[in-house]
Unconditional design. Sequence first.
Length: 424
Amino acid sequence: MEERLTVRPAGALRGEVQVQGAKNSALKLMAAALLAEGTTVLRNVPRITDVAIMGEILTALGVSVRREASGDLAVVCPAQCTPVAPYELVEKMRASIVVLGPLLARFGWAKISLPGGDDFGGRPIDFHVRAFEELGAEFSMEHGELTARCDRLAGRRIVLEYPSHTTTDNVVMAAVLAKGTTVIENAAREPEVEDLAALLCSMGARIEGAGTSRIEIEGVDELHPATHDVLPDRVAAATYLVATGIAGGDVLVAGARAEHMDMLLVKLAAAGLELDAGPAGIRARAEGRPGPVDIATLPYPGVATDYKPMLVTLLSLASGVSIVTENLYAGRFRYVDELARMGADITTDGHHAVVRGVSRLSGAPVRAPDIRAGAALVLAGLVADGETVIHGAAHIDRGYDELASRLVALGADITRTGNAPVVL
């Protein structure tokens, strides 16, 4: 049976919710374990289906991945792997491209199908291929599979055309075992890049500048396994903050790090949320309708594109008109039609959306087109009159560790039908 979430309005949210480990970090950290023989242990890895998919990909390569009784994830990499990532797994998730860098660096070749994942516009792997070619790799394409080969990657200065987060991660993982020094200019600055570099350095890599636009990596001959704590998920934290703004109430998002969400917090405060950040996390209080705010998505430290579906839902209930601009992925307004079924007044034109706030939404059957849009529809259901049924809830399971249960613990009324998610 298809997974569905049924949401009914239940008033303001109150209490404390613990933010999960970061999906966008955990997947790269799992891939990084390929760089060293032995057991790398990752703590605070979320129980989501994307982690399970990455586990299947690593298993197909010859790696053992298991969840310990403690909750830690153990990734055991043998002396030799089979560096071929099969289509039936890779097509499920775009992030699977990050196994390319570690496989090339350690084994000298890799074959990977072109990755799939959420359907909101083209995200070509040209950036990855171009960067690896500069490091000395040679590529061929046949039957939908990309094969890369090298004797040993050689460090050099690489200027990224765009500060792609995934490309930066992939190049960093390849460069740690390259001969000589690699400098990445216009590198992505996300906290997850810093998290990856922290693990790699604990494995014996030499990296400086992670979290800035210039990263310098001095290659080493080999790495060793390590133990690492995954940083908190800023997108999941944002989801609970926005949920409070929509439903009202008083919620502590435990573990959320304000320094990773500066611009988002500025926009939420402008919309009327009262926010207090401290060592325990971020506390959000909200009452009444939010105010209108103009938002444009930008690379970090700007407003992340992953935040936008939740923010559009918040602004659809605002007491005025907001302009939302998507600067990264042209197709990422596809969920707007679903919000319109619930009574939202949103007009899109290319990269722009005009959001005219309405005083109420009404429950309706809707479909989640991707992870974050699915979460946004759940948030809309928190205040929509009647009953909102979100079909395709499996998308949400890819990125959220028990989103429905955590919201229910805050006072939401959400029930689930269908198959339980397959998690690791």
